[in-house]
Design a protein around this ligand. Structure first.
Ligand code: UDP
Length: 253
């Protein structure tokens, strides 16, 4: 195959030029980073799992009319996506207190929140992705008020959908992060969900045991990240029940 031109390399993914204008290929690496890349490791198979899980979620979102960048999966580690102008804001939605919210406000992890809370973070590794308000976003021209309203509407729809999806397989959606991008149709632009939705960007706890099935397993050294992500994929029906080593342990529920 002809060598492809790399467009961007991030911590967990690489973007290559796509086969047609307006498309890109998103490659999922096995790299895991946390604490603004101060902690780094390569975790065998993580990229493959995130590619499949993100495909599953984005396809389902398309099915309910939540616009997103996913076109189709190409192979184990790559998917074809629509090229977007990335809005330099991370949108976090929280249903249950955890992570930085718990730390900042002194609310015990696991406390249900009275309503979903949306936060914005400015994407800048050098600054450690600081939290910002709508005022900052508009004043510094990172996005318009209309864009912000669209991002909030998208984030809440994704939250409702994902909460239901995960509840159905015995998983509590604690919080998650999405990114949004702008696509153009002539003079008209609209905001769609971009990047990935996977256990790298969500907090997912087993409903019964509270076991963590997300990147906190890596951040907090709680065991095998691959096992946790495999369990998420298996519950979502992405992996066959008996995949893997036939002599290995069988999960019992
Ligand atoms: N998150 C993410 N990328 C980031 C920061 C946060 O995907 O750069 C996700 C994180 O996995 C969690 C949610 O956003 O699901 C909220 O993260 P939080 O603000 O609690 O930060 P953390 O405790 O992860 O530093």
């Amino acid at each position: 195959m002809a060598r492809r031109r790399m467009v961007y390399e991030g911590k967990a993914k690489i973007l290559y030029e796509g086969p047609e204008p307006g498309t890109l290929i998103q490659y999922f690496k096995d790299d895991a980073t946390a604490f603004n890349a101060q902690k780094h490791d390569v975790i065998d198979g993580k990229g493959v799992l995130n590619n499949r899980i993100s495909e599953h979620i984005m396809t389902a979102l398309t099915g309910i009319g939540v616009p997103n960048h996913f076109i189709r999966r190409i192979n184990m580690r790559e998917q074809l996506i629509r090229a977007v102008e990335i809005i330099p804001i991370e949108i976090v939605v929280r249903n249950v207190a955890a992570g930085s919210l718990s730390k900042r406000l002194g609310i015990e992890e696991g406390t249900p929140l009275p309503r979903p809370i949306i936060e914005f973070y400015y994407k800048d590794d050098k600054l450690g992705d600081p939290m910002v308000t709508e005022e900052h976003i508009i004043a510094f021209n990172w996005a318009s008020q209309q864009d912000i309203d669209d991002m909030i509407a998208l984030a809440l729809r994704v939250n409702d959908f994902l909460s239901g999806l995960f509840t159905g397989v015995g998983i509590r959606l604690v919080d998650f992060k999405i990114e949004a991008g702008r696509i153009w149709d002539g003079d008209y632009s609209r905001i769609i969900v971009a990047d990935e939705i996977s256990p790298d960007s969500c907090r997912l706890w087993d409903v019964k045991t509270g076991e963590k099935l997300d990147k906190d397993v890596f951040r907090r050294d709680l065991g095998s990240l691959t096992d946790a992500y495999t369990e998420v994929a298996r519950r979502l029906g992405i992996l066959p029940e008996n995949k893997g080593n036939a002599n290995g342990p069988k999960l019992v529920h």
